[in-house]
Design a protein around this ligand. Structure first.
Ligand SMILES: [Zn+2]
Length: 92
């Protein structure tokens, strides 16, 4: 599987790290039920699915990837920031 990073071009998927489903993040004050649902309840679709990937072995950009989970065909890729997704960086 190859993912086309908008900044680097087409690269092998092993350069990228899967970061989960590309879902809207609840507001901080949304409450425990909304956050519990966001963190623990996930769809497991067979077909097109929007995901977050990071080009961790490349430029480091976070990407919103639309991928068919059955065929692994990459249907669309855009920078997460251009898709309006807030990214919370991990601290080491
Ligand atoms: Zn890149």
């Amino acid at each position: 599987m190859r993912i086309t990073c908008p900044l680097c071009g087409a690269r092998d998927h092993r350069e990228f790290t899967y970061k989960g489903a590309a879902l809207p993040v609840p507001a901080l004050e949304a409450g425990t039920v909304a956050w519990d649902t966001h963190v623990h309840l996930r769809e497991n679709p067979a077909g097109p699915h929007e995901e977050l990937w990071q080009h961790s072995m490349g430029c480091g950009a976070w990407l919103k990837v639309r991928r068919n989970t059955v065929s692994h065909e990459i249907l669309a890729v855009e920078l997460a920031q251009d898709a309006g997704l807030a990214i919370m960086e991990e601290r080491s």
